[in-house]
Design a protein around this ligand. Structure first.
Ligand SMILES: Nc1ncnc2c1ncn2[C@@H]1O[C@H](COP(=O)(O)OP(=O)(O)OP(=O)(O)O)[C@@H](O)[C@H]1O
Ligand SMILES: Nc1ncnc2c1ncn2[C@@H]1O[C@H](COP(=O)(O)OP(=O)(O)OP(=O)(O)O)[C@@H](O)[C@H]1O
Ligand SMILES: [Mg+2]
Ligand SMILES: [Mg+2]
Lengths: 256, 256
């Protein structure tokens, strides 16, 4: 049985897209069938994998509004076992259009029905907001992976995200668990990073991933070539960190 | 006559809050009466200036819904000429509540009526979305300052932001201009940064600010002490960059 993992944090620029792309690519490189769904109207996951903007190609917006079935929206990528549901800026409209719709928080969950039989991992990239798109992802997901920068503003927003997750667990998705918190762009040389990491360790215990992702320019360069880091520069510290993170996430699942 | 500057970019984590706080503080340090308005439910501008969370204190949400007048919401800060309208997580509700309201895009503009006579600069910190909160800020503003990281995903989102600004200029706020684009967390040693900066220069011409803000750990540390960088470490490269940016913005206005 597959697992649906939402990559979410309303704080902007913490590495959600970079984590979604590179984690999914690392699963696929380990010969594990993986689906990546771009739930952000910015569609950085889509362009980060080299797909040009194309509003007519079926995308996440069409899934949510019921205008296309899942199979019509799934695209192959350069990695044999990695598949993508792209997004487009039309997804901005979904936040307003979904408000009036029936089962508005379950639209993604319903659209992904049966997907766990075909993919071992489904990774959902979320926008920087606790809006109806992120809500849909958290209702569809089994677990949520929280990328965090070890900085003050990022720390500030964690309690709000955890409140939201707790509220969703009470009503919309009782099975939702925290997959883990992963430190991104981590520079162990700064005091600030060490202090924040210590606070997170205190707060999250073993939910804080053992793998940390260092700041590594290769991770920022790879999307401009339309490739995950392991296809752009597999020996880079960034690519290696995400391969380790994928192993850690796969091992967590094995025991449950 | 004062000027209202919205600091906006839907891309997350590009330095909107860091720019809003430190630009406003630099204006105030130059003995210029300045008002800073936190339009983001994350309320990082509010906590970055040392204000604790307090849902009962009048804030931007109350301004937008008409529950409080501007004077009731304005708070003094550590800098004599810097004043703050704080925000709170209740502001998330405004995105839905404003939809049904009359003049929903003009709520902030109306609430700030007369503010240009009392403050030379009013700086609006926006959330990482092109939502009704950012829309309200762009309708209230005279100009928009766009913080940009010199990275691929940040470049991707610029055309969408410019489309939005053009649409607002056609209908809701014909006087809206681009104040400038300021490169943040800039590391001139990387090829990626140089390539993106060259593309931005091509695209924006003299709208690209001469001042760039380097990556500087002091800027990330300052908010955990509740202070702008110039009160935390005035000799730091980060504080100096924002003092230069304030001078550049003040000089631009002088000629108009
Ligand atoms: N470990 C890293 N090292 C260096 N650069 C990184 C790293 N992780 C992400 N980046 C870069 O930092 C920027 C922010 O990352 P990213 O866009 O993945 O964050 P995000 O949380 O998805 O942002 P948003 O909130 O806008 O969706 C991007 O330009 C990305 O290329
Ligand atoms: N020039 C800089 N040097 C080092 N760190 C910086 C710099 N500018 C911002 N930061 C840090 O980078 C992170 C992102 O900046 P900031 O929160 O200001 O961006 P933002 O655009 O307001 O994010 P959001 O989209 O969530 O509102 C913060 O932790 C901040 O402290
Ligand atoms: Mg993203
Ligand atoms: Mg901000």
């Amino acid at each position: 049985m597959g697992r649906i993992i939402a990559v979410a944090n309303q704080k902007g620029g913490v590495g959600k897209t970079t984590t979604a792309i590179n984690l999914a690519a690392s699963f696929a490189a380990a010969e594990v069938e993986t689906l990546l769904v771009d739930c952000d109207p910015q569609s950085n996951t889509t362009s980060g994998l080299g797909f040009a903007r194309d509003p007519d190609r079926p995308n996440t917006y069409h899934l949510l509004t019921g205008a296309a079935a899942l199979d019509a929206a799934i695209q192959p990528t350069e990695l044999e076992q990695l598949w993508l549901v792209p997004s487009n800026r039309n997804l901005i409209g979904a936040n307003l259009e979904l408000v009036e719709m029936d089962r508005r928080e379950y639209r993604l969950r319903d659209a992904l029905d049966g997907v766990r039989e075909r993919y071992r991992f489904v990774v959902l990239d979320c926008p920087p907001a606790l809006d109806l798109l992120t809500l849909n992802a958290l209702v569809a997901a089994d677990t949520v992976l929280i990328p965090m920068q070890a900085e003050y503003f990022a720390l500030e927003g964690v309690s709000e995200l955890l409140d939201t997750i707790a509220r969703i667990r009470e009503s919309l998705n009782p099975a939702l668990e925290v997959e883990g918190v992963v430190l991104t762009m981590y520079d162990e040389r700064t005091n600030l990073a060490q202090q924040v990491a210590a606070e997170l360790k205190n707060f999250f215990g073993d939910k804080l991933c053992a793998t940390t992702v260092p700041r590594n320019i290769r991770l920022a360069e790879a999307p401009s070539h339309g490739k995950p880091a392991l296809l752009y520069d597999v020996r880079s510290r960034g690519a290696e960190a995400y391969i380790r993170l994928a192993k850690e996430v796969m091992a967590r699942g094995a025991s449950s």
